[in-house]
Design a protein around this ligand. Structure first.
Ligand SMILES: [Ca+2]
Ligand SMILES: [Ca+2]
Length: 510
């Protein structure tokens, strides 16, 4: 059985290897077979393990190849980018640990900027998914969460995004790796960033979240897959130090490549994100009218694809449907849908503009995941995806369908379910992690991230019944966490204050 599997892999390698045939030396991605399963491990362990696994694979290459300059080590993808002649490619194809060789300069098209002629209404999407109810009734606004964004960059000085951008890197010119202040020259990224975390509470789903921004797209210029794989890998370790946990918990990807294929370029990187606890959110694609199914990487069974809905909860004419097909098996896609028609958000020239596309839907879902993270920081990627699916509002055909997936996302219902899946004790125990993240992602003396996270704990504690609070107090009192006692004391004060306030109010009414 094992032998048969290896044989299948070998045939697959030969088939895909020769497709990259070229006379002269060309830049290619060499993909290696994945071996180790790393789920349940810490992020530093995962990163170091993948890095050393890649070194082992590089060491199996002929010495004249492995000592070559300009090898780009794409450990998250279990791959390298390198210049090879066609003879060398053929030679590597015969190696048992090489699964695929493909051109590195295949272009992922720049996401279309579909500007609507005029601003037609307020940001209806935010109300439709009940985001403001989550802030007001549950005290949760995404504080403590970090969201990654792979797009056209962000206009740093937009008032909606002031203080929201933690790190920026320009991947359009990968060779220079030059650090610059965040900028956006198409408008697409500033718009999606506003929907994720615009902080004036009029356009952003998670105004408390911070952004890690990778710029990949220039006007009318797509991104070569080598740059894209590099940016996706960078999300796991933005500061280049595997021991610091500065990775985002969700990465918004309002881009896609043609899905009617068996293209697995991004397959391993998505798997790596998943074991690292990073939810990859992808737009489904905007060409349903051409008969296209959901694009990759959203079409992969292990990634999260978002379709677009309008104000009446109808899937838009452009939103690409499922199902997706892998290894002769069909998968329901998109996973869920979110507002994507006439969406108002931040404009890269300042002010606001309206845009349409599944590009606008994905950031609604990414913002929701930041909210979920504040409610329960201990959920795995599959648990988060599951919560989003199960708590969506059913639309189109009854039950899960290949137009809308599980339905249109509902932030209130989903975040409530996330809160119900945890305890106050577990939320408090995540505080050291949030404080570490704040140190890595906040400007000096800004403690907005942890302060708002703690505020939401107080709100949670105040909302418990007397019995629930007694049970939580007993559990928290024994956990030996120095933060717990302090926070418990604060919650006690809030509860006593509320009791006093309510009885005074009652007296005055009598
Ligand atoms: Ca790091
Ligand atoms: Ca349905």
């Amino acid at each position: 059985m094992k032998k048969q599997l290896l044989l299948t892999i070998a045939i697959f390698s030969l088939l895909t290897c020769f497709s990259a045939y070229a006379e002269n030396s060309e830049r290619v991605i060499v993909h290696f077979n994945s071996s180790k399963i790393l789920s349940g491990k810490s992020l530093p362990f995962i990163i170091r393990n993948l890095q050393s696994e890649l070194e082992d694979n590089i060491n199996t290459l002929p010495s004249e190849i492995r000592t070559r300059n300009q090898i780009n080590k794409l450990w998250a993808a279990r791959a390298i980018a390198i210049n090879l002649t066609s003879e060398e490619q053929k030679k590597l194809c015969r190696q048992s640990n090489v699964s695929q060789i493909e051109p590195a300069d295949t272009i992922i098209p720049s996401p279309e900027v579909k500007s609507d002629p005029e601003v037609v209404s307020s940001s209806w999407g935010l109300d439709k998914i009940n985001a403001s109810r989550v802030w007001n009734e549950l005290g949760i606004d995404g504080s403590g969460a970090v969201v990654g964004q792979i797009d056209s960059g962000v206009f740093y000085y937009h008032p909606e995004l002031e203080g929201q951008i933690s790190v920026f890197r320009d991947f359009t010119k990968i060779a220079t790796g030059e650090e610059k202040p965040a900028y956006d020259n198409t408008g697409h990224g500033t718009h999606t960033a506003g929907t994720i975390c615009g902080r004036r509470k009029s356009i952003g789903i998670a105004p408390g979240a911070r952004l890690v921004v990778a710029k990949l797209f220039d006007p009318n210029a797509g991104a070569p897959i080598e740059n894209m794989l590099s940016a996706m890998q960078w999300m796991l370790d933005p500061d280049g130090n595997p021991d610091t946990n500065d990775a985002p918990q969700v990465v918004n990807n309002s881009w896609s490549a043609n899905g009617n294929s068996t293209n697995k370029t991004f397959w391993e990187t998505i798997s790596t994100w998943n074991v690292a606890g990073i939810v990859g959110v992808f737009s489904a694609g905007n060409q349903a009218y051409l008969g296209n199914k959901v694009d990759i990487p959203g079409a992969y069974p292990h990634s999260f694809a978002i379709g677009a809905t309008d104000e009446n909860d109808k899937v838009t004419y452009f939103s690409q449907p499922g199902p997706a097909s892998w290894n002769n098996e069909l998968f329901l896609k998109p996973d869920v849908s979110a507002p994507g028609l006439n969406i108002i958000s931040s404009d890269f020239r300042g002010g606001y503009s309206s845009m349409s596309g599944t590009s606008m839907s994905a950031p609604h879902a990414s913002g929701l995941i930041a909210l979920i993270h504040q409610a329960n920081p201990n959920l795995s990627v599959s648990e988060i995806v599951d919560l989003c699916r199960k708590n969506s509002f059913d639309i189109e055909k009854a039950g899960p369908d290949n137009k809308s997936g599980y339905g249109r996302i509902d932030a209130m219902k989903t975040v409530k379910a996330a809160l119900a899946s945890t305890t106050l004790k577990d939320r408090i125990s995540a505080l050291p992690l949030i404080l570490e993240r704040e140190k890595l992602h906040s400007k000096t003396s800004d403690n907005r991230m942890s302060a708002s996270y703690i505020q939401s704990l107080l709100k949670h504690g105040a909302s418990l019944t007397q019995d629930e609070f007694a049970a939580e107090s007993a559990a928290i009192g024994n956990d030996g966490n120095p933060y717990s006692v302090k926070i418990l004391r604060k919650i006690n004060h809030v509860r006593l204050f509320n009791q006093m306030y309510n009885s005074l109010r009652q007296q005055s009414q009598n």
